[in-house]
Design a protein around this ligand. Structure first.
Ligand code: CMC
Length: 428
């Protein structure tokens, strides 16, 4: 028999269906609550609200588990490639060799962007943050591919938009950086794989020979895998809610890029490095900064610490910490901020404030250190996160569409003024 929960309001009992997921997660289905009881639920920040049923990513915050389509993040990071993980997320299964070859070749066919996009790029001053430039260029695709606006697009049409999104993202990302540097842009070199192609567009200068360092490319590929999806976080929920109005894939993902930009979400990786640099310049006294983070009046938080869902450890942070060590060793980089990061982590992990609130290093705490070692500039850190998260956004947008989910439209509890008469300006 289907399980139900009982809710009593003013002595009257209501039955709520219980929904169970494949990993035994339990939810109360409140979709008919308003109709039956005249009551809504209130949950600021959606801390306890399931907004959808999804088969893409499973996450257990207490146990530190992250799986995509049933495969553990540890396995994927160690054995897979970014494009293979993208395929898995978007289409539900690991590809056979011919499927992956086709996917990769389809992407190569679309790595160029329309020359007129360069005119849009030229309109941005070089002081523009690359995230703003990236979101704008991504959304501009709606103008170059107006057929993508059709809410009833065929499966082939959707596939083309997916391929275009993945193909052009590295080009947009590298061009956003070139714009900030005031350098001419590079065109994609399709003899290279996805990650190396991006690195060449990012770094190559017209006057110099550029060879992609395989250590750098491998490390970046792993970082992209670690960011590929993370179920219903702020930017993904944004993509789903924009997509729920039947907006195009490009505008939905552009909204996700903007949501990711904030310092509490993807923007944290940039903030971590700025914080570590500030601590270093201040003499490296980590205790002082920990105390500042604990002082609610300081307005300062330990960036890269804490997570809405992980309350034990962030499995991505574990892998990234090890990768940071490996990359720095292989490249022979000695970054003084790594020492500060390790000290900060050590002090925080034995401090009751952080222990009681279950605040642990998250994915962003060490990723910035690797990006720095790979030579990626600070302003580009969140762009790297966006490049990694793209397959997740695509998969979630596609799932929403295939599940024919209704438009997202939360309710509210109104706390403003009651009805009052209008007073003309001269009498106020
Ligand atoms: N430093 C100091 N105190 C903190 C921190 C922090 N980084 N994070 C949370 N707290 C405190 C917070 O002040 C609150 O204390 P109290 O209960 O005394 O009021 C308590 O811990 C719970 O915090 P919260 O803000 O209610 O928790 P949340 O689940 O709403 O926020 C978070 C999660 C990630 C936004 C938050 O931990 C934070 O701001 N961290 C720093 C930014 C960061 O690293 N973000 C990257 C997240 S991982 C990448 C991604 O997926 O976006």
């Amino acid at each position: 028999m289907a399980k139900t929960a009982e809710l009593i309001i003013d002595g009257k009992s209501y039955k709520l269906p219980i929904v169970e997921g494949t990993e035994n997660e339990v939810a109360l289905d409140i979709s008919n609550l308003l109709e039956e009881t005249g009551t809504i639920t209130l949950d600021l920040g959606y801390k306890n609200t399931g907004a959808t049923k999804s088969a893409i990513t499973f996450l257990d915050g207490d146990k530190g588990i992250l799986r995509h389509r049933g495969y553990s993040i540890e396995d994927l990071a160690a054995k897979s490639s970014f494009l293979e993980v993208a395929y898995l997320l978007i289409f539900g299964e690991l590809p056979m060799k011919d499927q992956l070859d086709k996917f990769s070749n389809d992407i190569k066919l679309h790595t160029m962007v329309h020359e007129d996009i360069k005119k849009i790029l030229d309109g941005f001053p070089s002081s523009s943050h690359p995230m703003g430039v990236l979101a704008s260029m991504f959304c501009a695709q709606t103008a170059f591919y107006p057929e993508s606006l059709d809410p009833n697009r065929s499966a082939e049409g959707v596939y083309l938009s997916i391929v275009r999104s993945l193909a052009k993202m590295p080009t947009f990302a590298a061009w956003a950086y070139k714009n900030a540097m005031g350098h001419p842009v590079n065109y994609p070199d399709n003899s290279l794989n996805y990650t190396s192609r991006f690195l060449k567009m990012l770094y190559a200068l017209p006057a110099e020979q550029y060879e992609v360092d395989p250590i750098v490319a491998d490390a970046l590929d792993k970082l992209l895998i670690l960011h590929a999806d993370h179920e219903q976080n702020c930017s993904t929920s944004t993509v789903r809610i924009v997509g729920s109005s039947k907006a195009s894939i490009y505008s939905s993902i552009s909204a996700g890029i903007n949501a990711l930009w904030g310092p509490l979400h993807g923007g944290a990786n940039q903030e971590v490095i700025l914080m570590l640099e500030a601590i270093r310049k201040d003499g490296g006294d980590t205790e002082k900064w920990i105390n500042k983070a604990k002082d609610k009046n300081s307005g300062f938080r330990l960036m890269g610490f804490g997570h809405r869902v992980y309350k034990n450890f962030d499995p991505r942070a574990k892998i990234i910490k090890k990768t940071a060590d490996d990359v720095l060793n292989k490249l022979g980089v000695n970054d003084p901020v790594l020492e500060i990061a390790l000290k900060l982590e050590e002090v925080a992990l034995r401090d009751p404030y952080f222990i009681e609130r279950k605040l642990y290093p998250n994915v962003d705490f060490y990723s910035g250190i690797i990006y720095r070692a790979l030579g990626i500039p600070v302003d580009m850190f969140t762009v790297m996160f966006a490049m990694g998260r793209l397959p997740g956004w695509i998969a979630q947008w596609k799932e929403l569409r295939e599940n024919k989910e209704p438009i997202g439209r939360p309710r509210q509890i109104y706390t403003g003024q009651n009805l009052r008469p209008y007073i003309p300006i001269e009498k106020r």
